[in-house]
Design a protein around this ligand. Structure first.
Ligand SMILES: [Zn+2]
Length: 323
């Protein structure tokens, strides 16, 4: 049989990788506006896509890839969480496909997510200004790794802003509370949420037969986890529950296809960040003085390290205030 992957002409937004029979990961190419990873699952008689990138253009390529690989249009799109780099391409698949998320994630998209885009559209000047500032900072950055990451971010932001005039914020059409299954003729997927950790509500896709999970941003590979909307304690609790499942292969929200090892690394990171901030508070050290621990020096998303510390500091202060 001809390798289905070879029939796909390719995309500048992602590299297509076969995870296992019928399961493909679309690994984001940095600086192209895709930003996050996505996945394609061939259920036999229907096709599922998990997450839809940050741009319409990237999502269109994902749709082409899905059709090419499975020979069918996409029937279901799953949004693992509300963040724009996992949901902005939804409109490409609608209304032919049903878009599925947790009830809470849809609620946030319908309010916070949608309002954010309306604001961006009514105030493009602010967005452009932020981009200009980032460009200025990137010019002055002397660290090669940081500079490269800034240029990626800059390119992604530009792709996002270029897309905005054509953007139609597209909400999920089916929601679930804890778990749901999509059963196909060849394989089935389970959609599972253990609540919110990375965001207020995070879901992942589990294929028990294939021992594979598409984890959204609950697991990143060699990228700083993003704590902007996170509850780190709840996140750890979610990962402990995920550990009980039979998973060998993980498609992370960002980074290459990985294994449970990267899930343990995320747990370690969350614990380390907490310990770093707790110690800084105890010793009255400013968190701005903390540098990235050696274990995470070669990870991407470096700029999130400081904002992650700030987020944990804020959560610790809130917890102390409540006592
Ligand atoms: Zn996210």
């Amino acid at each position: 049989m001809k390798n289905q992957m070879e029939t796909f002409p390719g995309s500048r937004h992602f590299r297509l990788k076969q995870v296992t029979d019928g399961v493909y990961a679309a690994i984001a190419v940095p600086g192209t506006g895709s930003l996050a990873n996505a996945a394609i699952i061939d259920l036999g008689d229907s096709t599922v896509v998990v997450d839809t990138f940050m741009s319409i253009e990237a999502a269109k390529d994902l749709q082409t890839a899905a059709r090419g690989l499975t020979g069918k249009p996409v029937s279901y799109v799953i949004n693992t969480h509300w963040h724009s780099d996992h949901t902005s391409g939804n409109q490409v698949f609608s209304p032919q496909a049903q878009i599925i998320s947790t009830t809470a994630a849809r609620e946030i998209m319908a309010t916070v997510g949608k309002n954010r885009v309306i604001q961006q559209l009514s105030n493009l000047e602010t967005l452009n200004q932020a981009i200009a500032e980032l460009e200025e900072r990137s010019k002055q950055e002397t660290n090669a790794k940081l500079k490269e990451e800034m240029l990626w971010e800059l390119a992604s932001e530009r792709e996002y802003i270029r897309m905005l005039p054509d953007f139609a914020y597209t909400l999920p059409t089916i929601t679930f509370e804890q778990q749901m299954s999509i059963c196909g003729s060849d394989r089935s997927v389970q959609l599972i949420t253990y609540g919110g950790g990375h965001t207020q509500s995070d879901a992942f896709v589990y294929l028990p037969e294939e021992k594979t999970a598409i984890m959204g941003d609950l697991v990143l590979s060699k990228h700083h986890p993003v704590l902007t909307h996170a509850n780190p304690q709840a996140w750890l609790h979610i990962l402990e529950q995920v550990e009980l499942l039979a998973i060998e292969t993980i498609v992370p929200g960002h980074g290459e296809i990985c294994s449970m090892r990267e899930l343990y690394e995320v747990k370690q990171y969350l614990n380390d960040i907490h310990a770093l901030v707790a110690k800084a508070v105890r010793t009255h050290t400013g968190i701005e003085e903390l540098s990235v621990p050696k274990a995470y020096e070669d990870w991407h998303f470096t700029t999130y390290f400081q904002s992650n510390l700030k987020r944990v500091e804020q959560l610790l202060a809130e917890a102390a205030g409540e006592q």
